[in-house]
Write a new protein. Structure first.
Length: 235
């Protein structure tokens, strides 16, 4: 993106004005929903007082204490999110613009509240056949996403996912097989612990780390651990 910093700041404003932000919240998405919308701040309101042409540092100063949500419900700290996505790298502008566009809008957040509700619903819906589809663009499956979900029989994980977090599929006793797609790099503690029907797990070459108890109590545990040991990816 061959533009000036002034133009870059203006472009950022145009992207974030329909996004939502909140501050000092580090809870789960369900807990965030319980606290919002009274603490929600639309991007346009947040940034209307900002001098758009002072450069990117001005915008960073305004948002460094803020948080937002990605479209899959993942909570992001804006200061970390800026840095992680190359906000201040000379060659990172396109990457950063793309990262901001993945933040949730006010309309999408309203739909998210409808889906998550008071916590009785799962963040990733399951259809009548027990099949769940993790949305494309998701980078992390959130902690305890399907905890003790007996109705989950199968799950489709997109290649955009990099991390399967702690206990994501803990106690999903109906889950029989899982294909971990190319792109997933880490499987955290207890991710599939207690999946007592899980007999088949396919790991791709992108896997770098698998927690030693990620598949604790699964029929496939021994086979998966042997494969991980052979590839030196157990942590």
């Amino acid at each position: 993106m061959n533009i000036t910093q002034e133009e870059f700041s203006k472009r950022i404003y145009e992207i974030i004005e329909d996004k939502i932000f909140f501050s000092n919240i580090s809870n789960s998405p369900v807990e965030v929903v319980e606290k919002l919308p009274e603490e929600i701040v639309p991007g346009k309101v947040l940034f209307d007082g900002l001098n758009l042409f002072d450069g990117i540092e001005g915008i960073e100063d305004d948002i460094q204490q803020m948080h937002s949500l990605l479209k899959d419900g993942t909570i992001v700290n804006l200061e970390d999110y800026y840095t992680d996505n190359g906000a201040f790298d000379d060659d990172g502008w396109d990457r950063f613009i793309a990262a901001l566009e993945r933040l949730i809008t006010a309309d999408e957040f309203s739909q998210y509240i409808d889906k998550v509700g008071d916590g009785s619903e799962l963040p990733y819906p399951i259809d009548e056949n027990g099949h769940a589809v993790i949305p494309e663009g998701t980078t992390e499956i959130i902690e305890m996403a399907f905890e003790d979900c007996k109705n989950l029989v199968s799950v489709e994980i997109p290649g955009s996912v990099r991390v399967i977090n702690y206990g994501a599929f803990y106690g999903c006793t109906g889950l029989t097989s899982v294909i971990i797609p190319e792109g997933v790099e880490e499987i955290y503690d207890c991710a599939f612990k207690g999946c007592t029907s899980l007999t088949s797990v396919t790991l791709q070459k992108s896997i770098k780390q698998v927690s030693f108890d990620a598949f604790d109590g699964c029929p496939c545990e021994e086979a998966v651990m042997k494969e991980c040991e052979a590839r030196s990816i157990i942590v």
